[in-house]
Design a protein around this ligand. Structure first.
Ligand code: CTP
Length: 402
């Protein structure tokens, strides 16, 4: 494993005493390590010990002229290939979840584009508190990873969940996250979510896409070092760290955004559920029932939207272009025909009728369909795992073409 840069952010919990051992593991594995501490953490672990182990100055204060002079907090945030917060106390998780930057650790966490690994440690009741559950869920949704906490006797005397994972386990997770940087220097354009097609001032035609699959692709591509642009239809999903997001509403807006970004892209992944039709003439104002007449239905003329994926494929050049196909029946044959019709390099066929697949769930069951007709059927996986399998294939295609 090539040497990587790990920024260890220590917050103020008793488990901080295990951090020197963890730092030694990283150093022994050949990594460059720097440590930042919250002011409270300095009560639990000696900055001098961490400085001796890392061979680097340790920082604990945000507004310290001498410390900022040596390496400023933004340079630290940029320097890191991985930010590990260990131990992550309930307090630091809460501040990070709400985007605060009121000490050096939270400021660096907000400024960095590096993947974030959390190793929580706290009293079992604090861990189970709805506030902490919510904060952890928020951070995970934004792309952070979490190792532990484990169960056992806690320093506070309680027994239960809340022990920081052992250094060896944290180190193993860190290595996983540091793993592949195979998309560094590549520009990846991802579309996600469904589009909305205006009927009138208050109504639209939409579909059930949550955007989760496309967001997982964007998150994983960023994690692997790519510069990612995410064109997203309306969704409740939060922004992703290190991903430039362009929000759009209709298929026509999505098309404009995609075509504008296309010249810079090396890879295009079209996970969006683009509406195939839009009302031919959306009404500027709300259509009222009384205007239609009592009991009368409403006929809406629909026209076809442009096929964005086909347009992208028409000017593909050396790009790798991946399409998705949501099918409810005749999945593989239809996907094969779709792939041939659109001309993409790989099609991810999604059986939306299967359990644990499709709309608004975190898992998916897909098959990769290749231009030669070969099919790779994947088992049910998390959408992040599907994304990372997909990017393995993309990475290989890029390599073959270079
Ligand atoms: N797609 C697109 N523009 C459209 C319709 C679809 O770019 N107007 C893309 C989707 O993002 C997806 C792929 O085409 O990557 C397949 O979408 P899907 O809805 O499964 O296929 P359609 O081409 O719409 O065919 P049909 O609905 O008839 O199955």
């Amino acid at each position: 494993m090539a040497q990587r840069r790990i920024l260890v952010a220590v917050s103020g919990g008793i488990a901080a005493y295990k951090i020197p051992e963890l730092v030694r593991m990283f150093v022994r594995a050949g990594h460059e390590v720097r440590c930042v501490l919250t002011p409270a953490a300095t009560e639990f672990v000696s900055p001098l010990v961490l400085q001796a182990l890392t061979g680097q100055p340790v920082r604990a204060r945000l507004f310290d002229a001498a410390e900022e002079g040596a390496i400023d907090h933004i340079a630290l945030a940029d320097w890191a290939d991985l930010l590990l917060v260990a131990p992550a106390t309930a307090d630091v998780l809460a501040r990070m979840a709400s985007g605060m930057a009121n000490d050096l650790v939270t400021t660096v966490a907000l400024a960095t584009r590096a993947p974030l690994l959390l190793a929580p440690a706290m009293n079992v009741n604090m861990w189970r508190h709805p506030a902490t559950r919510h904060n952890v869920a928020t951070l995970l949704e934004r792309g952070a990873r979490c190792v532990g906490p484990g169960t056992g006797l806690l320093a506070c005397g309680w027994e239960g969940e809340g022990r920081m994972s052992e250094p060896s386990e944290i180190a193993a997770h860190a290595e996983l996250l540091l793993g592949a940087r195979d998309l560094a220097g590549k520009r990846v354009l991802v579309t996600a979510g469904g589009t909305r097609e205006r009927i009138d001032a208050v109504r639209f035609l939409g579909n059930r896409s949550s955007g989760k699959m496309g967001f997982a692709v964007a998150r994983q591509a960023a994690r692997r070092g790519a510069e990612v642009v995410l064109v997203a239809g309306p969704t409740s999903l939060p922004d992703l760290a290190g991903v430039r997001r362009i929000d759009v509403e209709s298929a026509l807006e999505m098309r404009d955004a995609v075509l504008a970004e296309l010249p810079r892209a090396d890879v295009v992944v079209k996970a969006a559920a683009v509406a195939d039709f839009r009302p031919a003439q959306p009404a500027a104002q709300k259509i009222r029932k009384e205007e239609l007449g009592e009991g009368r239905g409403l006929a809406i003329d629909l026209v076809q939207n442009p096929d964005i994926l086909a347009e992208v494929c028409a000017q593909k050049g050396k790009r790798v272009v991946v399409g998705f196909a949501a099918e409810s029946h005749d999945v593989i044959d239809s996907a094969r025909r779709k792939l041939a019709r659109k001309g993409c390099d790989l099609l991810v066929a999604n059986d939306v009728s299967a359990a644990q697949a499709g709309f608004d769930v975190d898992t998916n069951t897909v098959s990769f369909v290749w231009p030669g007709g070969e099919v790779e059927a994947l088992p049910p996986l998390s959408k992040d795992e599907v994304a990372s399998q997909l990017l393995d294939r993309v990475s290989k295609l890029l390599e073959d073409r270079s």
